[in-house]
Design a protein around this ligand. Structure first.
Ligand SMILES: NC(=O)c1ccc[n+]([C@@H]2O[C@H](COP(=O)([O-])OP(=O)(O)OC[C@H]3O[C@@H](n4cnc5c(N)ncnc54)[C@H](OP(=O)(O)O)[C@@H]3O)[C@@H](O)[C@H]2O)c1
Length: 288
């Protein structure tokens, strides 16, 4: 690994931690179509060299239930001894036969957290996110399980994912929430109300699928407005999409997914791209 590039940093919500303004979503390294382990590790090292310090994972980033923890083990191996890297994992989703199924039962979350600690080879998890509310379990019960894990010292900070404002408020009545991870990109602004509440409370907002998701990320340049702005700055359309998110809010911490070093290198540079007020207005209007 070479020396790390400087990247502008942002606060990880109320945790007091500072992280690179662009994080990395590690899901593509472990699901269907994943790269060889040696290439995956090279991609993670390239991210570090570009100044990425926040790595988003989950126990369920794997092929199926027999492969749970694949992504966490990969990160543990690639980031062994890298003390400034922050791994944010999740529990609350299982993968029977490769499907994505929610499980927010307290017993499951307790067992899943223990397994994540083993997979990550750590005594404590810096940021543990509840993957998604389980419609079969009262949300307060799932959040309560995380509160107990935090009391036991297994979790340092708690994050939520896939939540509404109401679910965020409910969780806040039980625990301190450091981050919220919901889907947000140029074509999906359905969580704008959650983002605004996070801003009011100083909670970090980690937009997932910030490039419109694995199947769409490569096609952002098909949109004329995005392409024109990208051409003006002589950067990729993907970099424009990430810069738009960063400029939308000071609590924003995008976690673009990557399986290749070249893509995370390009995405990382979005932390230093400044769009003009007119360009922001143009992009805001795209989905208005
Ligand atoms: N909480 C949840 O429920 C949830 C759900 C979905 C995702 N997530 C998290 O969010 C992360 C990101 O979401 P995502 O992976 O679904 O979608 P995404 O970040 O919108 O897109 C990922 C894809 O974008 C490509 N890419 C990245 N940077 C690029 C660039 N600069 N130029 C061109 N292509 C680029 C990558 O290609 P290569 O693979 O070729 O590098 C990858 O296939 C995931 O990895 C995961 O950590 C969370």
């Amino acid at each position: 690994m070479g020396a790390a590039n400087q990247m502008p940093t942002r606060r990880l919500g109320t945790s007091g931690l500072q992280v690179g303004a662009i994080g990395m979503g590690c899901m593509p390294l472990s699901i269907q179509g994943r790269p060889e382990e040696s290439e995956a590790i090279r991609t993670i090292h390239t991210a570090l060299e570009q100044g990425v310090t926040l790595f988003d994972t989950a126990d369920s980033y794997c092929l199926d239930d027999r492969d749970i923890g694949h992504n966490e083990k990969l990160l543990a191996k690639a980031l062994d001894g890298v003390s400034h890297a922050i791994i944010a994992t999740k529990g609350g989703t299982v993968r029977p036969e490769g499907r994505w199924v929610r499980n927010g039962h307290p017993e499951h979350l307790k067992a899943a957290c223990e397994e994540s600690l083993k997979a990550l080879d750590r005594q404590e998890i810096m940021l543990y996110q509840l993957h998604a509310p389980d419609p079969d379990v009262p949300y307060a019960e799932s959040v309560g399980a995380l509160a107990r894990l935090q009391e036991q010292g297994k979790i340092v900070h708690i994050g939520l994912s896939n939540v509404s404002v109401r679910q965020l408020e409910e969780a806040l009545s039980i625990v301190t929430v450091v981050s919220v991870q919901n889907r947000m990109h140029l074509f999906d602004r359905s969580s704008m109300d959650v983002l605004r509440r996070c801003e009011e409370l100083g909670i970090a907002f980690l937009p997932y699928s910030p490039l419109a998701g694995m199947g769409q990320a490569g096609k952002l340049g098909d949109h004329e407005r995005i392409r024109q702005i990208a051409d003006r700055h002589q950067v990729s359309p993907q970099r424009v999409a990430l810069a738009w998110l960063l400029q939308l809010s000071p609590v924003m911490l995008p976690i673009p997914g990557a399986s290749r070093g070249s893509t995370i290198t390009d995405s990382a540079a979005a932390a230093s791209l400044t769009l003009t007020a007119d360009e922001m207005a143009e992009l805001n209007a795209m989905n208005a």
